[in-house]
Design a protein around this ligand. Structure first.
Ligand code: ADP
Ligand code: 5GP
Length: 215
């Protein structure tokens, strides 16, 4: 990379050292957060992007760690000020990724993990085509339902709504063409290992020729 200041200014934010944006998507309860924690343990310079959401805080959620909880009006104002890299409505609530924080981490050359839905992933890939997108699949529908229930975070009604949405989300993900990798989260350590190796390979080799053409 050149040290010439004028050239640096015109580079895309992720075009530094080995900064990489890792998109993790998958149906609710499939294990995205659990896999993220595993990737964070394995890759020293990884950071998790804390999303903003209008959904209600649960007992399991820590403000500023799991999410930044916002009112509808606060979320409106983030959109108006163009402070979100992407946002989408999921299960009737809005979720979004703070833009400046993510870009700053990428400028520092870090691995930035965003846990976002397919709609959000499409938006990110349009803006930052060099992002690496992984979709996490459940081993089976039964296992997905068990995981949603074992978490004891939502009401049974909310669990059923999330479960019903899962098939549609998986089909949309497959059709979207956004994802570089589909990983089945059967054995947790195996799934984390696949994600970690894919990220390391990507950081070593850079985007494929097709992706470079899209930049
Ligand atoms: P998500 O972030 O995708 O909504 P979570 O990471 O919260 O999902 O995981 C949902 C539940 O499934 C949690 O109770 C978690 O401990 C469990 N879980 C995640 N991965 C596995 C796995 N490979 N095997 C068994 N249980 C898992
Ligand atoms: P939960 O309410 O279970 O924490 O999150 C529900 C779903 O919202 C997640 O499975 C994830 O796909 C999606 N989500 C979380 N944060 C974001 C975000 O910042 N942007 C988008 N587009 N989706 C998100």
């Amino acid at each position: 990379m050149s040290d010439h200041p004028a050239e640096c200014e015109h580079r895309l934010p992720t075009d530094t050292a080995d900064g990489l944006l890792l998109i993790l998507s998958g149906p609710s309860g499939v294990g995205k957060t659990t896999i993220t924690r595993g990737v964070e343990r394995s890759i020293a310079d990884s950071v998790f992007s804390v999303s903003v959401t209008t959904r209600a805080q649960t007992e399991a959620d820590v403000e500023g760690v799991d999410y930044h909880f916002a009112t509808e009006a606060e979320f409106d104002s983030l959109i108006e000020r163009d402070e979100l890299l992407e946002w989408a409505s999921v299960f009737g609530k809005r979720y979004g990724t703070p833009r400046e924080w993510v870009l700053e981490q990428l400028r520092r050359g870090r691995l930035v993990i965003v846990e976002i839905d397919v709609e959000g992933a499409k938006q990110v890939k349009t803006k930052l085509p060099e992002a690496f997108a992984v979709f996490v699949l459940p081993p089976s529908e039964e296992v997905l339902l068990q995981r949603l229930q074992s978490r004891k975070r939502e009401s049974e009604e909310a669990i059923q709504r999330r479960f019903a949405e899962a098939k549609r989300e998986i089909a949309t993900a497959r059709e979207s063409g956004v994802y570089d990798l589909f990983v089945v989260n059967d054995d947790l350590e195996r799934a984390i290992g696949v994600a970690v190796e894919a990220v390391r390979a990507r950081r070593t080799s850079g985007p494929s020729a097709d992706e470079k053409r899209a930049l």
